[in-house]
Write a protein that binds this ligand. Structure first.
Ligand SMILES: NC(=O)c1ccc[n+]([C@@H]2O[C@H](COP(=O)([O-])OP(=O)(O)OC[C@H]3O[C@@H](n4cnc5c(N)ncnc54)[C@H](OP(=O)(O)O)[C@@H]3O)[C@@H](O)[C@H]2O)c1
Length: 189
């Protein structure tokens, strides 16, 4: 099974750590301070902890769960060659206003992908509130699942790998999202 490094350890990071670990992945959480400050979280979730650099080196896949405005501080060279799952959302009240986004000239994913130009950036876990992530996960129950939108550059390739099913009137992403190796863990998998 693969390894997932997570940048930051807030609500999103902790929720997906639980799902990733249930699916058999090894997970390392990180924060911007001394990793000892994550001791209680690591004990509760039974995951590994490290610095941001250690988490990036650890993971084949990196979940980026930071306040959006900090994306320019992500270490692009260190993230080179990695799959970066971008969980960020743009909230002007928190992040300040960015004209390019307010004017719909670009998207958050495009900005993050431009910064992480040697990574494969996939916007994938930003649309479900962290409080719902665990309670709505239905890896073995096909009824009434939630959709989990995915956005990335190579949509032609992605469309071969991601099957969209309509079940109970909802769009469901098929579990075989092979290049991400995410099969049974996403909410709609
Ligand atoms: N929450 C949701 O429901 C949700 C859902 C989808 C997407 N998102 C997006 O995903 C990203 C991460 O969201 P999140 O809700 O997981 O973030 P969060 O829990 O608010 O915080 C993320 C990180 O910010 C720092 N931080 C926040 N509050 C702090 C405090 N009181 N004291 C010190 N440090 C603090 C911590 O990093 P350090 O320890 O390194 O300082 C923390 O790990 C954001 O872009 C958000 O918009 C959120």
């Amino acid at each position: 099974m693969g390894k997932i490094g997570i940048i930051r350890a807030g609500f999103v990071s902790q929720a997906y750590t639980t799902l990733f670990m249930r699916a058999g992945y090894q997970v390392m959480l990180s924060n911007s301070r001394d990793k000892k400050t994550l001791f209680s979280i690591a004990t509760r979730l039974n995951c590994q902890i490290g610095s941001q650099e250690e988490a990036i080196k650890f993971g084949d896949i990196i979940l980026v769960a930071i306040p959006f405005i900090n994306y320019t501080q992500l270490p692009a060279e260190l993230l080179s060659g990695k799959i970066a799952l971008d969980a960020t959302n743009y909230y002007p009240a928190r992040d300040g206003h960015l004209g390019q986004l307010d004017n719909h000239e670009t998207t958050t994913r495009e900005l993050v992908a431009k910064h992480l130009d040697k990574s494969r950036v996939v916007k994938v876990v930003n649309a479900i509130p962290a409080k719902d992530v665990i309670k709505d996960a239905k890896p073995n129950d096909k009824s009434d699942r939630r959709a989990i939108p995915i956005a990335e550059d190579d949509l032609a390739q992605a469309s071969k790998e991601v099957k969209i099913h309509i079940i109970h009137g909802k769009q469901i992403i098929n579990k075989k999202y092979k290049r991400l190796k995410m099969s049974p863990i996403l909410l709609a998998a």
